[in-house]
Design a protein. Structure first.
Length: 307
């Protein structure tokens, strides 16, 4: 649509600020944790914790987007003229800074309210986990992304935490645990979602250098940045071979033939483009690949559940 038609602080403006396309990054790890719990419990999983984990992840993703939008605008990093990625709400004037402050406070509070029942299901450690998620949601944009730690946070908060936590809480109370296989799969999930951050930072390498943002891509340079993107997906598929230990072969077959083929094709596209706004197409392809990694895993594991 014509960006000039977006009314300030309108519902459409808030929808754009929420960045709906990023919500796949919140959905995929919860999907994977849920289907693993369903298979390991022979379908006796608890659905309420699963739904709450989905809602918490979605809201926290939107919250993170609002935090990123507001604080990058305050730093002057979202110059509408030089920005290569999708436009940001505050810098475009779609959302006023004051309204965005209230928006991110609202989503933070809503995430806490939605996540609170998980404390009654999983005990007080869930309160600690939720508090840490909220804390690092703010620290990522305001501090840690400038130190090149964004990829580590993605691995933890889009891989290990949501997959393992959803798996743990969705199991019957008497069977709650986290197996080493689930932990390995959570690492694979984190690596796949990190490919989205890698291509995003690869596109923005020059602007990040200018702004003093020492991302991993800035540190290693564009050539190694592309290689990291490729090997993150390859390593994720390699880790997924853990399914063989439980004789679940179909997820591996799907991930190798479907996800990996798409990932390699996107890497080649990324290599041909080199840089500039055209990389937004690669970003879209990477989001698609990430989604299908989750779908392939869910379909593969779901087959054994239905068999």
């Amino acid at each position: 649509m014509d960006e000039s038609l977006v009314k300030t602080n309108s519902w459409w403006a808030w929808l754009l600020a929420a960045r709906p396309k990023t919500l796949a990054g919140a959905a995929v790890p919860v999907m994977i944790g849920a289907v693993l719990a369903a298979v390991d419990s022979d379908g006796r999983m608890a659905w309420l914790p699963c739904v709450l984990c989905f809602l918490f992840a979605f809201i926290m993703q939107i919250d993170a987007n609002f935090v990123n939008d507001y604080f990058d605008f305050q730093r002057g990093n979202d110059d509408a003229e030089t920005r290569l990625g999708p436009k940001r709400a505050c810098s475009m004037g779609w959302i006023t800074p004051r309204a965005m402050q209230w928006g991110l406070l609202f989503t933070t509070a809503l995430a806490c309210v939605v996540g609170l029942p998980l404390a009654f299901i999983g005990g007080w450690p869930m309160v600690v986990v939720g508090a840490v998620c909220v804390l690092f949601c703010f620290l990522y944009t305001t501090r840690l992304s400038y130190l090149g730690l964004g990829d580590v946070l993605v691995l933890v908060f889009f891989g290990i935490v949501p997959v393992c936590l959803t798996y743990y809480l969705s199991l019957p109370a008497e069977a709650r645990t986290v197996t080493w296989e689930v932990f390995v799969v959570s690492l694979a999930c984190g690596l796949v979602i990190d490919t989205l951050l890698l291509v995003n930072n690869y596109r923005d390498i020059d602007n990040d250098r200018r702004d003093g943002k020492r991302t991993l891509i800035v540190r290693v340079g564009p050539v190694w940045g592309r290689r990291l993107y490729l090997w993150a997906g390859v390593l994720a598929v390699g880790l997924s071979f853990v399914f063989f230990f439980s004789e679940h072969y179909l997820p591996v077959a799907l991930l190798v033939t479907h996800y990996l083929s798409m990932h390699v094709a996107t890497y080649r596209h990324m290599k041909r483009i080199g840089g500039g706004k055209e990389l937004n197409r690669v970003l879209g392809e990477t989001a698609r690949n990430m989604f299908f990694f989750g779908v392939d895993t869910v379909v593969g594991m779901g087959y054994y559940l239905m068999a």
